[in-house]
Design a protein around this ligand. Structure first.
Ligand SMILES: Nc1ncnc2c1ncn2[C@@H]1O[C@H](COP(=O)(O)OP(=O)(O)O)[C@@H](O)[C@H]1O
Ligand SMILES: [Mg+2]
Length: 297
């Protein structure tokens, strides 16, 4: 029996065509879980003081695996952005721990934390956060030159390769004011991915985009998880993204609800004859329904 995770890996690399997946219909898939890449434990975070103090996170614990796309959903004000910021080393929790790659993130000193974020973490926000004065190419190059000390030549080469993958080769010379929203978000994603991060944190990355652009963005993030083995955590309101996710977490009033149950949380794996279009479509078709869940939870 092929573990589903490996099957999906092959599927996304286009190697699974015609293959038979020996899973029994409706049987839970056994997924080999590795050590979590990121683990939050008993996280609390409040804002305000005295009478005005209120808790945005009330004891959240969650593990995230490498190579997976995780969605964090929930109503506005439920604490999604706060949790993302705490897990990603941007906002210190009142209490609780965040472990990443075997390190205790909130026990690092400031310099160590800065280096850790620079080396391992990428951030994507709804507002793109691009430098207005830089071209698309320069937005990526700067990360490599400053972050990794790359030579100008290597930075250019790697930036151009990623821009090509994003379909932005012809836009490399444009500045943000000359780009559409979708193009700006793709550049922001390129900037996030060019350094091959271990973690990608995205807060509402598709909410300012129409669905066509939003779909492109979620495809890119899915590929980043599957092909580069990154742990991708995406805060979103958009239920259209759930078919792309390996796991969906739901927050309500600062507390994690149980992971969302099937229906919206089923991947459908096709048994044979996968068209190449599958590379860019959620898995649906005449297919075997496989529940993705962690048997140890
Ligand atoms: N910087 C802040 N100052 C005061 N309150 C904040 C701040 N950031 C978030 N909050 C509060 O924490 C709660 C959770 O906010 P947030 O994490 O932004 O929710 P979400 O992203 O789910 O909309 C909300 O009640 C919000 O008002
Ligand atoms: Mg938010």
């Amino acid at each position: 029996m092929i573990p589903l995770s490996r099957y999906l890996g092959r599927l996304f690399r286009g190697e699974a065509s015609g293959e038979r997946l020996s899973l029994v219909q409706d049987a839970p898939a056994v997924i080999c879980r590795r050590e979590p890449a990121l683990a939050g434990a008993d996280l609390f975070r409040s804002f305000g003081v005295g009478d005005t103090r209120s808790y945005a996170l009330k004891g959240v614990s969650a593990d995230f695996q490498p190579g997976e796309l995780n969605l964090l959903m929930g109503p506005s004000g439920s604490g999604k952005s706060t949790l993302l910021a705490v897990l990603s080393g941007l906002l210190r929790p009142d209490s609780g721990t965040v472990g990443a790659l075997g390190r205790d993130v909130w026990r690092m000193g400031e310099d160590e934390m800065e280096r850790f974020r620079l080396r391992h973490c990428s951030y994507i926000f709804q507002g793109y956060n691009l430098f207005p004065a830089l071209t698309a190419r320069e937005q990526l190059e700067i990360v490599l030159k400053w972050g990794e000390g790359c030579s100008a030549r290597e930075a250019r080469c790697r930036a151009d390769r990623v821009l090509g993958q994003l379909g932005l080769s012809k836009k490399a010379h444009l500045r943000p004011a000359e780009m559409s929203g979708g193009e700006k978000q793709r550049v922001a994603i390129g900037r996030a991915l060019v350094k091959n991060p271990s973690f990608v944190f995205a807060d509402e990355p598709t909410s300012a985009l129409d669905w066509e652009n939003g779909e492109q963005v979620i495809h890119l993030l899915t590929e980043t998880a599957r092909e580069n083995g990154a742990m991708v955590l995406v805060v979103t309101h958009d239920p259209r993204l759930t078919p792309f996710a390996d796991r969906v977490f739901e927050l309500a009033d600062g507390q994690l609800q149980s992971e969302m149950e099937p229906e919206s949380f089923e991947a459908e794996a096709c048994v044979s004859g996968l068209p190449s279009a599958y590379e860019h479509t959620p898995l649906r078709n005449n297919s075997l329904r496989v529940r993705l869940y962690d048997p140890h939870r």
